[in-house]
Design a protein around this ligand. Sequence first.
Ligand SMILES: [Zn+2]
Length: 497
Amino acid sequence: MITKSFYSVFLFLAALCFCNSAIGQSNMEYDVVLMGGHVMDPETKLDAIKNVGIINNRIAQISSEELNGKEMINVSGLVVAPGFIDLHVHGRTNKEQEYQLHDGVTTALELEWGIENLKEWYATRNSRALINYGASVNWPFERFKSIPGQEESVNKLHQASIRGESSLELLMNTIAPSANDPLTDEELNKTLDNIKATLNEGGIGIGAPVGYLPESNPNELYQVFRLASELNVPVFSHVRKPDIISIQETIAVAVLTNASLHIVHINSMSLENIQLSLDMVNDAQNRGFDITTELYPYTAASTAIQSALFTEGWQDRLGIGYDDLQWVATGERLTKETFQKYRNEGGIVIIHMMKPEWIEAGIAAPGVMIASDGMPYAEMAHPRTAGTFSRVLGKYVREEKVIDLMDAIEKMTLLPAKRLEGIAPMMRFKGRMQVGADADITVFDPNTINDRATFEGGLEFSEGIEYVLVNGQFILKNGKIVSDTFPGQPIYGRYKK
Ligand SMILES: [Zn+2]
């Protein structure tokens, strides 16, 4: 569907091309031309050998005719796709973005948790980011700020954000003591006011990782969803517990309040019930509710060992034992003793708890997006941090033929762009290989693309991603990063003042 503003840019460019046609299209000089690639657009279903002309930050021409450019790159034999859009990352710096761009990602957003002190964080990324960046409003932080007596901790987090040293783990550890305190009416009202204020800083909806505050009062969640509905902003939620009842709870709240809902990593939340979860999301959509979901293509999860997931009884709830836990700092598998030790100390753990067929079901399901849930950098961080998108294209498209290439590209580009268009109108220009769209482009070899990060060997750049352009600028060429280039731009929600 062509939106109004997208259409006006299209017309502008069409007029531009028309003027130039008087002097012959072949005389037009583009900034960059990608020659002879296999161009794929999931919206128009364009799937053909074409030349792509780029002017400034936009795609200005897609043609079978020869095009002239200041820079001409032969991409024959390669797929030219919209840059991948990752709705769910926890890395906040270029350290993680370097892995992401080698995986074809041109926009990486922290929407599950959101980021505290959003204005300060956006400021630290200005003109420094490799790829596009953005985040939602962090509900756990906004509620923490509303509790009297936390001023000192809030101030420390604020200072860390200004210095560019904020991190999810620092935030989690700071708010942990109050995570399960019920809010008074006054605190709840303050929380809602805080959320509104941070939407004005450009927050892309509301991050509601309820699973990390599983004792939080259902009324609080309900009021957050009511606010989201009133303001027409989406809620991105990690549901209360990894079980089907929690999926039902979240969908019920969204349906009752008519809020837009995106359920993150449905694979690790549903476990053996993934098909039922997918059916519920699908039924909600068929009844007109704006409810979507995503998954990452791995059979292991990853989170902080001190989180609520590991309260008494976790083995039964998750159907696993100590040996299924892998300590990120060393790569070792845990025992009863090391589990206790590390749970007291805190840190990140990988949880081997899913079956391959559950992941396949999620990848095959129409409308389900691919999102990495990429973790903050560590040598032995969960491989999804570096390999999610290449893994889908290598393992699940080429090798196992779970879905075809166009459907896979749609799940990484058009679907996430459309998910965000309502809250972040600039996303209307992303996720598409069309004249007038932003030149965020990923060029890859469909015969060699593969993830290389593993649970045993740790993070590695993916292979087969040959070129990446962000806002018309190359950031990856012949598989190598272009140094001293920072084309990443902020993505903001529409309430930004
Ligand atoms: Zn999560």
